[in-house]
Write a protein that binds this ligand. Structure first.
Ligand code: GLP
Length: 260
């Protein structure tokens, strides 16, 4: 696992956006797995800036959804489908037809299985962008999710519902209890997994991800099993890493052409 410590969220966003632009330069129809929440927003903003300058071309890119709430009415502004339309598809000019996501309207179990098949049929995810929950969840794989899990329905912890209440008028009662998420095993099939973490609230989860034991108690620790996993953390999120000095020296000595 590579750990890159950046000064702040904007620098992290720029670094990840460059990695996506570089991927698209070599493979214009790459399948990018996108995450929601506050953390990836600087990535999408930096990518939009690159696209405006002609340094990133997303016209042929394909985009895959990581997770989704269950039970929100169709078109609800906080459904992740709506959030991704606002934050990714529209500003980056990704055509609607290039979007892959689970169908939450009908038979949920069938939709989950169909989504895993659709990801595989699309050739698999080239780069999966992840945020991290304060409890170490990735996607919506809450603690004790199987590390080989596939896309399925999950129940949110009260901590995650409280963390996400800010998107629902700070009313935790409005946050759905159930979600569909790519499984940990599904996520690990992406060719490159990039986890971005910013802010002090993520410091404990980042330390557990990178330096803790491999354990379903902290689902993000499964990234330790991935041959190409990159954790990009700002100073605050990296503040509990025992090996921070090593990670800084390693990245500082890396030739820029290597990217992340
Ligand atoms: C939600 C999403 C995750 C995201 C997490 C952290 O639970 N399902 O994909 O990583 O929130 O969100 P934020 O980046 O807003 O802290």
């Amino acid at each position: 696992m590579e750990v890159v410590i950046v000064e702040d969220a904007a620098k992290g966003g720029a670094l990840v956006a460059q990695a996506i632009a570089r991927l698209l330069a070599g493979r214009p129809d790459a399948l990018i797995g996108v995450a929601t929440g506050s953390t990836p927003v600087p990535v999408y903003e930096a990518l939009a800036a690159l696209a405006r300058r002609g340094e990133a071309d997303l016209s042929r890119a394909r985009v895959a959804q990581l997770d989704e709430y269950v039970g929100l009415p169709p078109g609800h502004p906080e459904s992740y489908r709506s959030v991704l339309a606002r934050q990714v598809l529209e500003p980056l000019g990704v055509p609607e037809g290039s979007f892959l996501g689970p169908d939450t309207a009908g038979d949920i179990r069938a939709a989950c299985e169909a989504y895993d098949r659709a990801l595989a049929a699309a050739g698999g995810v080239d780069l999966q962008l992840l945020g991290i929950g304060t409890d170490g969840h990735i996607g919506f794989n809450e603690p004790c999710s199987s590390l080989t899990s596939r896309t399925r329905i999950k129940t949110l912890t009260e901590r995650t519902r409280a963390d996400n209440a800010r998107f629902f008028g700070h009313d935790v009662g409005q946050v759905p209890r159930h979600v569909i998420t790519q499984g940990v095993g599904t996520i690990l099939e992406a060719r490159h997994v990039v986890l971005l973490a910013t802010g002090e609230a993520k410091a404990e989860a980042v330390a557990a991800t990178v330096e803790g034991p491999l354990s379903a108690r902290c689902p993000s620790s499964a990234l330790q099993l991935h041959p190409h996993a990159t954790v990009v953390a700002d100073e605050a999120a990296a503040s509990r890493l025992e090996l921070a000095g090593y990670f800084r020296r390693t990245f500082a000595g890396k030739p820029p052409w290597q990217g992340i």
